[in-house]
Design a protein around this ligand. Structure first.
Ligand code: SPD
Length: 351
């Protein structure tokens, strides 16, 4: 089998960058799993690239679909052995789940946060929402704290279906917490909980396609967000966040997947961040785990899946890296108002 040729065929079909190494990753995932969502997670390749790769592998006789399972055929198994491919492994630490953080000091906060988050709004497709597990939100807070970006700092949260603003405020560590969101269900939920629980959270209804209100520019030490993953959407969130920072030494936290972002997109993002005066200081792949959202059957990738199965149970398949960036110069961001859809590009799968 010519993997490079197969990758080129898959790339032509999907209209996405797909390399020989991506096909190897898909094969390694197939050696470890038969469930399509687990294959996507283990492969670490955009969902739509996995779909195109599996289609081409099936045409080559290496893969077959059996009910809801996706399997290597005997020819595929023999081919993987010839290529000396090993089953994909996460090898995540069982104690921290791969975050690298000990949450001991935050366990009480986590219990409190579960109580505050009860009754939260469902993830809405209109805003490309899909929130992280509550343990992940607490781990994100722990990451900010451990890096000195939480205690005594002014924190801006841009888009907050993850309820980071509430988790931050409940620690009573930040000096100020401001949250922006375009979804009125999210802003009223956060404002309601904050008022009921006497938490200092300032809630500002705001659509990030518009520049920040002037009083929020250059006013924060830290920003946090989990952007939509189209290149334009991701850079919009990152650019608005950077323009909210006071200057060098201030930091931003973002989530970035492999499920909707090829390494070509990762590169474009990293180039933009460098150009804006920021560097990536920390990158923890697979840090964020997401709760399965309720609109799988209407999301963009559904029709292209080789087997259509709604992810079951509580086991997350959608994960993202935690990126911490820090300004080393004044932010040099010039992102004006944006119109129209910010959620879809060629690699978007879950919008
Ligand atoms: N569309 C459902 C999943 C949305 C998750 N958004 C966060 C992506 C990580 N940046």
């Amino acid at each position: 089998m010519d993997l490079a040729g197969l990758a080129a065929r898959a790339e032509g079909r999907a209209g996405l960058p797909i390399r020989e190494r991506d096909i190897e990753r898909i094969l390694a995932a197939l050696l470890a799993a038969e469930d399509i969502w687990r294959i996507v997670e283990l492969a670490g390749v955009p969902v739509l690239a996995v779909c195109a790769g599996l289609e081409c592998l099936a045409e080559a006789g290496w893969v077959e679909m059996a009910g809801s399972a996706v399997r290597l055929t005997p020819a595929g198994e023999a081919g993987c052995a010839r290529l000396r491919l090993a089953p994909a492994r996460t090898l995540a630490c069982p104690r921290c789940g791969g975050t690298g953080l000990e949450l001991g000091l935050l366990r009480e906060i986590e219990t409190e946060f579960h109580r505050l988050a009860a009754g939260r709004p469902d993830a809405s497709q209109e805003f490309d929402q899909g929130y992280v597990t509550e343990e992940t939100t607490i781990a994100r807070i722990a990451a900010l704290w451990a890096k000195g970006d939480l205690a005594g700092k002014d924190l801006l949260v841009l888009g907050d279906d993850d309820l980071v603003s509430l988790a931050a405020a409940v620690t009573r560590l930040p000096r100020r917490v401001v949250v922006l969101d375009a979804d009125p269900r999210i802003t009223s939920f956060i404002a309601g909980v904050a008022e009921r629980e006497s938490l200092a959270v300032e809630v500002v209804p705001h659509d990030l396609r518009a520049p920040l209100p002037p009083q929020l520019e250059r006013a924060f030490d830290t920003f946090a967000c989990d952007p939509t993953e189209s290149l334009a959407g991701f850079l919009l969130f990152a650019g608005r966040g950077l323009s909210a920072l006071r200057g060098p030494g201030c930091a931003g936290y973002l989530g970035l997947t492999h499920a909707e972002a090829s390494l070509a997109k990762w590169r474009a993002i990293q180039e933009a961040l460098l150009g804006w005066g920021a560097v990536i200081t920390d990158l923890r792949d697979g840090f964020h785990a997401y709760v399965n959202w309720p609109y799988v059957e209407t999301m963009r990738a559904w029709e292209r899946l080789p087997v259509r199965r709604v992810p079951g149970g509580l086991e997350p398949w959608y994960r993202s890296a935690l990126l911490r960036i820090e300004l080393v110069t004044e932010a040099e961001v010039d992102v004006g108002p944006v119109e129209g859809d910010i959620f879809v590009d060629d690699e978007a799968a879950t919008t």
